[in-house]
Design a binder for this molecule. Structure first.
Ligand code: NZQ
Ligand code: ZN
Length: 384
């Protein structure tokens, strides 16, 4: 196991109907709230009206920033920063999926910075402080609700980049599974792929002697797979949604990575896809992950065999390690297909035309990954 330091300051309020606490909890941070949301799902589900009335009941002054799109844009972040500065906002409240939460994080950060918020993505500025940030999660996927990451796209440069910094942990997040009962089938599936992909990123590493981390990861994967079958049979199954929601948070709140090492090359390659083609993040991951696994299998064949055996129940009898490992990867790809995720670029209408450009951009600052360092040609091989 590697040495590590672990701290997670986000307060999690989890459970059925805990949304009712939003007004009182927000009031602890001040009077002026910037309420950020997406492209309308919360208006259809009634959550918008509910949140607004809970905030108003507490006498809070509410400003709004709606219309955050999936693969959220820096132009929307800039609008939010403007409001925070002009109105002296006390707390940013992000209500939605990862796109809204990530927008909230960078709005809160940009509000305390004199320059352009894109500077945090180019490395021109280092995060130092942000406004308090509260989240109400409506889609289980990214783990943004309890992590230090934010991913934003720049429509002018066609880049999608991440900032990772402890300042970005939300101050508190309300995880009320009821708010996820309305997520449509396709986004439920993309979210599930994202969750398992986060576990893969932190499980397929070459660090020896990480049995607890491995079993945490396997526990999340097994729970997720079981509950995927439940939720796809009945999209409003509360218990399945609750289990998936907690899986999503634990998959990327840095806990399972402690003492091990995250790879995240596949995520960086995926961000190239969704930057250029605006496809859902989970769709890109379902296409790429089985390919990455096959590409790096020889670095950690035993780990892949362990995964095949413990997660998919594949027997080792009569097979060598690599056969078992490959069977696990094939099963993963088949499962993605079964639950309705795409497993080839062709399925999402992407041809060969930009593969080289994406490989070049992904590796512009150096090779990707930890398990196997990926140079431009490796990324191109995976994409091809
Ligand atoms: O925009 P609205 O109307 O809210 O609709 C959204 C959107 O169309 C809809 N939705 C969300 N909750 C719903 C709902 N529809 C009905 N009922 C509900 N309860 O779902 C669609 C997708 O939403 P989005 O927020 O884009 O999805 P997700 O949570 O998967 O976030 C994806 C973004 O997060 C980034 C991705 O790259 C992508 O930009 N990531 C962020 C990470 C982080 N901060 O740690 C890590 C991830 O690896 C990822 O890169
Ligand atoms: Zn992800």
């Amino acid at each position: 196991m590697l040495n590590f330091e672990y701290q997670n300051p986000t307060r999690v309020i989890f459970g059925k109907d805990e949304t009712k606490r939003v007004g009182k909890e927000c009031k602890k941070y001040g009077e002026k709230i910037l309420f950020i949301y997406g492209q309308g799902s919360i208006k259809k589900t009634g959550l918008y009206d509910k949140i607004l009335s809970l905030l108003k009941e507490e006498g809070l002054l509410v400003y709004e920033l709606g219309g955050v799109k999936p693969n959220p844009l820096i132009s929307k972040v800039r609008e939010g920063v403007e409001i925070c500065k002009q109105e002296n906002i006390d707390l940013v409240l992000a209500v939605g999926g990862g796109s809204v939460l990530d927008t909230g994080k960078i709005v809160a950060l940009g509000a305390k910075y004199d320059g352009d918020p894109w500077d945090f993505f180019t490395g021109k500025a280092e995060p130092k402080e942000k406004l308090p940030l509260a989240c109400v999660l409506t889609l289980a996927a990214t783990g943004s609700e309890m992590n230090r990451n934010a991913v934003i796209s720049n429509e002018e440069t066609q880049e999608k980049l991440a900032v990772k910094h402890p300042v970005l942990f939300p101050d508190f997040s309300i995880l009320d599974p009821v708010n996820t009962l309305t997520v449509p089938r396709e986004h439920t599936v993309y979210g599930i792929v994202d969750i398992i992909a986060h576990v893969f990123e932190q499980y397929f590493h070459p660090v020896p002697e990480t049995p607890l981390q491995d079993r945490f990861a396997e526990g999340i994967m097994l729970t997720l797979i079981e509950n995927t079958h439940r939720v796809l049979k009945k999209l409003d199954d509360y218990d399945a949604r609750a289990n998936i929601m907690w899986c999503s948070t634990l998959a990327l709140n840095h806990l399972i990575e402690a003492g091990a090492c995250g790879d995240f090359a596949t995520h960086q390659i995926e961000h190239e896809l969704s930057a250029l083609y605006d496809i859902p993040h989970g769709a890109g991951l379902a296409i790429l992950f089985p390919q990455w696994m096959k590409y790096v299998i020889d670095v950690i064949p035993e780990k892949f065999a362990q995964f095949a055996e413990r997660v998919w129940g594949i027997s080792r009898e009569g097979k060598d390690v690599k056969e078992v490992a490959l069977a696990g990867i094939e099963r993963t790809k088949q499962w993605f297909s079964e639950i309705g995720a795409p497993v080839s670029l062709k399925e999402v209408g992407i041809g060969r035309e930009n593969l080289e450009r994406m490989a070049e951009h992904a590796t512009r600052l150096g090779p990707l990954g930890y398990t196997k360092k990926l140079y431009k040609q490796d990324v191109l091989n995976i994409l091809e």
